[in-house]
Write a protein of this length. Structure first.
Length: 132
């Protein structure tokens, strides 16, 4: 069974963001798990676009979750993403080397920035402070 990504509109995203007080915050974005997707919320459009672009590249090579929709909301820049299981055992240097091979310099591969999708270890944080 192939599951299609959950598609949302900007009104739904706004409602989710305004109601969810449990968002996990990182250095440049917040994250909300909503049903079968993740929602990444940025205050800066360039940061969101940077992260989206790198995550899309990593996903193409099996090293990141699939990014889905982008939204420009009032003072918030958002994209939805495939979920990964976090808090896993992984080889940090191996993942760093694989990302480097495709031109992504991963700086911050601690346990909260790495996950697993099926049997693949993936980077889940592509913000400018974590990756370039």
């Amino acid at each position: 069974i192939v599951r299609r990504p959950m598609l949302l509109n900007s009104t739904q995203i706004n409602e989710i963001i305004s109601k969810d007080l449990s968002a996990n915050s990182g250095a440049s974005c917040s994250f909300i798990k909503y049903k079968r997707i993740g929602i990444k919320i940025y205050n800066d459009k360039r940061d969101r676009n940077h992260a989206y672009k790198l995550q899309k590249k990593a996903h193409k090579h099996g090293l990141g979750p699939k990014p889905h929709q982008r939204f420009n909301l009032k003072n918030k820049y958002v994209y939805t993403t495939q979920l990964a299981k976090v808090n896993i055992n992984y080889n940090r240097q191996l993942l760093r080397d694989k990302l480097k091979e495709i031109g992504i310099q991963a700086i911050d591969l601690h346990w909260r920035n790495v996950g697993k999708i099926k049997n693949r270890v993936v980077c889940i944080d592509f913000c400018p402070l974590s990756c370039s």
